[in-house]
Design a protein around this ligand. Sequence first.
Ligand SMILES: Nc1ncnc2c1ncn2[C@@H]1O[C@H](COP(=O)(O)OP(=O)(O)OP(=O)(O)O)[C@@H](O)[C@H]1O
Length: 841
Amino acid sequence: MESDSDSDGSHISATPPRNSKPPTLPPPPPPQPLPQALSSSHRSRTRAQTSFGAENPPKSLTKSPPKPTQDEPAPNFSPLSTLPFQIRRPFIQNRPTVPISLSIETLPAGYFSKSASFSKIHRPSLNFESTENDCGPPKSAGANSTDCVSQGNKPNSFKKHPNLIGTNAPLPPAKLRKCSASEGNFVKLNMNRSKRKFMNKKATRKTGYGSSGFKSYRRSKRKQKAQSDADQEDGLICEITEKKPKRAKGSELIEEAVLAAQNNASDENLVRLLNVMYGFDSFRDGQLEAIKMVLDGKSTMLVLPTGAGKSLCYQIPAMLLQGITLVVSPLVALMIDQLKQLPPELQGGLLSSSQTSQEAAETFRLVKEGAIKVLFISPERFLNAEFLSNFSSISISLLVVDEAHCISEWSHNFRPSFMRLRAPLLRARLNVQCFLAMTATATSTTLNAVMSALEISSANLIQKPHLRDNLQLSVSLSGNRMKDLLRLIKSSPFMEVQSIIIYCKFQEIGRAGRDGRLSYCHLFFDDTTYYKLRSLSHSEGVDEYAVSKFLCQVFTNGKHGKICSLIKESASREFDMKEEVMLTLLTQLELGEVQYLHLLPELNVTCSLNFYKTTPVLLADKDIVVSAILKKSETRQGQYVFDLPTVSNSIGFTTIDLLNHIQNLKLKGEITYEVNNPAYCYSIVKVPEDFCSLSAHLTRWLSEVERLKVQKLDAMFNAAVFAVNDCKKMQGCSDSQHTHCLQRKILDYFREDGQCDISNPMHKSSPFLRADIKVFLQSNSQAKFTPRAIARIMHGIPSPAYPSTTWSKTHFWGRYTQIDFQVVMEAAKAELMNFVGKNAL
Ligand SMILES: Nc1ncnc2c1ncn2[C@@H]1O[C@H](COP(=O)(O)OP(=O)(O)OP(=O)(O)O)[C@@H](O)[C@H]1O
């Protein structure tokens, strides 16, 4: 067996063999849920959502798992592992055919997860032959034609959507536009083409907003017409026709509705605007309240469930307010998704790291011209001094923080760069006066943290129930997930539904039923998956030892004002810390109670340079930068290799100025160069006086974050166990259907903020643990370990310094996933002390 034949001699184990299974477990998958969509063949418009766990059958943590019956028919599918992510059956009922891969562009809006992984999925080109089937059942089956706007449309019947990324993305015909559920599904991730798109958008610009905005719009229309006539004479009619804005039928109505709402943001005027712009008759719960609050200039916290229509709460104010609306989003995929969902009347743009500097400059130009009303940006932008200075002359009416829970370290999805979103900072740097924070899920601690960061008064909290009543929740223990899944999708109600999304790990019933229709969500759970997820919850934890080492490095040779850098990859290995954790620590050092440093944009800091025209020495005589490079670099294979911050510091340049200078030398043909080694850059503001207490403080903080993560998982596991084992099946619960009790448990969790009594099903000890750790240490005496590193190996968690490629070969890899991580750490600590003590003798 592979695990036993490794070279570390660790086959000598105190642990009895684990059943008949090989002892090694594959390393856990990276924490990136891969959405998979199965679309079935029924005419019903309901949706279903399932989640299932690891392939291994559960052990005995939960009571009486259902055993698969012997005579269960073997599934007549080819092995699922060989299937594409999306499997589509035709709409002919009960007649499966060979699965064909489904173009993402044809999926309904609800299919798009806010996961970056979607952006990586290869999207085959639109297959118009099969589009009709993709779009759902014929109208007679109860489907409204607007449910599937692309149905029956030939490619040349599409017009371009002004807010799409890329120029080739089609938009359904205007008369069907109001069905926004589908119109947002056409995404091109060709960022390089955005320039052309924006140039088109400039030509199609309609709103400067404010009443004068509309006058200038009409003036510009007249100009455009005149220009168009002139160009026609010049024989340019084809090109102009292509770029000419196509005013939607109702645009006059929209203009009137905007003006009316600008003059008086009454309920009636806002509903009218909603109706003419989106085609909806009424606002959903919470929307009108939020819109009015924002229009009133009040910073607002909006908590609405997924799919409840939060986007509209900034889109309508963006239409009505004079200045620009900035929307901060955590993922580029999410920004693109939101950009394409803007109504055509609302001009949008985005700034992302994947754009070239020319593209970003072009976007800024449009922003300055007022041609962009909504700009999507990532939180990392706020590190960029150039970005901030670009906004000095721009009036920002509203700053929206989407997925605002990312601001709080106590949330399920904390992002260090979101910590930068603090009202005082944003007011000082961007003169933002009004904030709208939006999230679907947040415990009260998270909400408090977000509201305090953005200085949102508790009176301005709009919060609607987290759970939607169109989701029917069921849960069952899974013995064999593939078999169980096949059995489930062949049973009622799943066999009748139109589409199924399968999530393999968590975070995802919110994706279902975003259109308000009944959706079924089923959770397959088993203790093996639970153990794996629980182990993974510890993957970002750190010890005080590592934190103090990290702090020493951060402040080594640091002098006030000097630019310093930490190369991400090597530092991550050295301190055995994930890059995100290092960034969290650095951000905390900047934004915590005392400001120790000032973070700068990330940079590739190692520069390798070749001289071409003039000899280096001659050039150095004329050029202070070259002179500094010669002093600070080492030559490797004829190249001058140096650290950018080091050279910057020596001549008092910023790294950006230095890079610009080098780039100019390149343009003159003097040099070629390349940069690598992405690094966190910062300048030191203050060196800490007491490293020990600072590292203890930071470690306590990170440990609490880790503890809450684990607690959340336990709470959800307990809810599932309760439903399966203890639910008295009253108030609507029956068989595996547990909507009522699961909803109650989930709400309890959010209300009580995870402080409710959560039992921990992990084992607290094992008679073999200490002995196994001892053997492991003896057989790996050449390596250095911390208690956490050992516990991670015993839990099968890879880390930067102990990657799975090397350490999963050990016999002990993932062997103790069922024992509480802290217990394993304690045992490791004791054994390490023994080991070190003996070796010291
Ligand atoms: N008042 C309304 N009436 C009918 N449909 C609406 C209304 N407001 C929004 N919608 C529709 O609801 C759907 C979900 O809206 P949206 O994407 O804004 O939800 P969300 O709350 O931002 O969800 P998430 O948290 O997942 O981002 C969209 O198709 C949108 O057009």
